[in-house]
Structures are given as C-alpha cells and as structure tokens.
Design a binder for this molecule. Structure first.
Ligand code: C5P
Length: 232
C-alpha cells in the first residue's frame, strides 16, 4: 500500500482515490518533537478514543473524515486536502495562553476562546490572525469564521460527553481539510490533542507526559478515559 506520509504520531496510506488509512503509532512527543518516547498500546488507545468521538460528532451533524476502522489502530478516513492550521478552543485557561497573555491558570472562558496556530514545528506553531491566514492562503475570513462556528459546535458535543464521563474539558485542538468545497474535521480527537481533568484537578491528558510523569501513568490515564467514555 502506498505510504502518503508520516507525522510524529500517525502514518498515512492511500486506500483508494477517496480514502486513506490513518495508522496511529505508539509514539508520544512533546515540545514540537523535542521530547519523544514509545508508549506501547498508545496508538490503539488514541485510535479508539478518536473513533468514539468522531462517531459522536457525526451523530450530532458535524461532518468529519471518519469512515470506519480497518483494525484497532487504523482508521479509514476520507481523503482531504489538509489545511496546516491548528484550531484551538479553550474553556479553561492553561497551557500556552497563560504564558502569552495576562490570564491566570484556571480562569473560565464563557464564551470559549478560539485561536489559530500555524502547523510549523520549526517556528513553534506561531499564533495566526485573519490577516495572516488570508495572506498565507490558509483560510479566507469567511472560512475562518465558519471554522470558529464548527469549533464551538464540536465543543458543545465534546464538553457534554466529557462531563458525562466524569471529567472537565479544558481545551482541545482541531484540524480541518477541504473536500469538494467543504471544510471537514480531520486528524484525531484524543488525549494528545485535548486537555481533560477530573473535578479535583487531576490531569488525564498529554500534560502528564509534558510534565515528566512516568509513561505507565500516561498510559493508565489514557486507558481510564477511554473506558469511561465507552460507558457513557
Ligand atoms: O499548548 P496550548 O495550550 O496552546 O494547547 C492547546 C490545546 O491544543 C491542548 O489541548 C493541546 O494538547 C493541543 N495542542 C495540540 N497540538 C499542538 C499544540 C497544542 O494538540 N501542536
């Protein structure tokens, strides 16, 4: 099968003209790839978590690239022309926003804040505004507004299911692609790309890895989240 590409955590293979396979690897990375490890089982956990959340979004009318599963770590997805922009939605302040702006850890955003970043590790994913995105031919202003609306809609669905699973959704990152003039949600939805904490503040997501917790703690926590999601 022709390999179309490989990122830090996924491989992409051509299935047919309209579909590709996304194979989730067991690697875990942080700091734009500066820190990297192999965490056996992590690819399956993230593929399964993503599949549950993409199916849920589809049921709520959000078009995603998800088609089905080829095996436990490999997703069949629509072939999109990906836009190299990371769309971040924040419900609770933590991470890069509290370093960049005079905002305190734990402040609640109501309504949520949406930010755009260029997907570019060598430049450490710089923040983008509408002007940058238009000039760089990433999103027109109309598309950027559409993407913001989609991120808000995704948040309504994810926030609710994460709450039903017993946790709090702090923030998440989305990536979109184009197909026949439509903008479709792509990539993954996992604890690598979402921040989830329990009500006492215990971290379940990749911040555990970023902060140097042992790999087994990271895996147990990803596994716990998937189990709870399955029970919702
Ligand atoms: O680091 P920052 O606070 O900007 O991250 C916001 C959200 O986007 C977090 O959920 C983080 O896991 C996710 N993210 C990501 N990939 C990146 C940067 C951030 O999934 N390259």
């Amino acid at each position: 099968m022709e390999k179309l590409g490989e990122g830090k955590t996924k491989e992409v293979y051509l299935l047919d003209g309209q579909h590709v396979l996304l194979r989730f690897k067991d690697s875990i990375t942080a700091g734009d790839g500066a820190k990297s490890d192999v965490l056996p089982g992590k690819g399956v956990l993230n593929a399964q978590t993503s599949a549950i959340l993409f199916r849920l979004l589809e049921r709520h009318g959000v078009e995603t690239h998800y088609v089905g599963m080829e095996d436990e770590r490999t997703m069949i997805v629509k072939r999109l022309k990906m836009v190299p922009v990371e769309v971040v939605l924040r419900n609770v302040a933590t991470g890069s926003i509290v370093k960049r702006l005079p905002i305190g850890e734990g402040e609640v955003f109501q309504p949520p804040i949406v930010e755009f970043f260029l997907k570019d590790d060598t430049r450490h994913d710089p923040l983008l505004n509408y002007h940058h995105m238009r000039y760089l031919k990433l999103f027109s202003e109309e598309e950027a507004r559409k993407v913001e609306d989609l991120a808000v809609k995704v948040n309504e669905v994810l926030k609710k299911v994460v709450e039903e699973a017993g946790f709090v959704l702090y923030d998440f990152k989305l990536e979109f692609g184009r197909l026949d003039n439509r903008l479709i949600l792509g990539d993954e939805l996992s604890l690598d790309s979402m921040r989830v904490r329990d009500r006492s503040g215990r971290i379940l997501d990749k911040d555990l890895y970023r902060r140097g917790f042992p790999l087994e703690v990271v895996r147990d926590s990803y596994s716990e989240f998937l189990d709870k999601l399955r029970r919702v």
